[in-house]
Write a protein that binds this ligand. Structure first.
Ligand SMILES: [Zn+2]
Length: 130
């Protein structure tokens, strides 16, 4: 997949909602996305560039209304950035390949093997069923 260089190209490539999340670091409303309760087996790829980001094998039910994973498929495919917006210290999760905003990662999932909760917007993802 070709990665746009200009914002204008991104606007053409993505839906308005995808653009808002991936390029303007937006957040979809809880319980509205396509994948928060998806239990099918498969791979979640970046809606911007197709990079493999998260697997259904690492997905869990967090009750938050966003797709939640305890681990990325490959840490090389994501980038973690400190985000101090809104007076909160959070860790932003970004697609390494295209720079798209995916969501945030929190240390509040003791029920998972890693203790982490990658809280990812459905709009930033595309699901490839196995
Ligand atoms: Zn991407």
């Amino acid at each position: 997949m070709k990665i746009p260089k200009k914002e204008e190209e991104w606007k053409k490539k993505l839906s308005p909602q995808q653009y808002k999340i991936l390029r303007e670091r937006g957040t979809e409303m809880a319980f509205t996305g396509a994948y928060w309760k998806n239990k099918e087996k498969g791979m979640y790829v970046c809606a911007g560039c197709g990079a493999e980001l998260f697997s259904s094998e690492n997905k869990f039910e967090s009750g938050t209304g966003w797709p939640s994973f305890w681990e990325a498929v490959d840490k090389k495919n994501i980038e973690l950035k400190e985000d101090n917006e809104l007076g909160m210290r959070r860790i932003e999760v970004v697609c390494k390949k295209c720079g798209g905003h995916l969501g945030h990662v929190f240390d509040d999932a003791p029920q998972t093997p890693s203790g982490k909760r990658y809280c990812i917007n459905s709009c930033a993802l595309e699901f490839k069923k196995k």
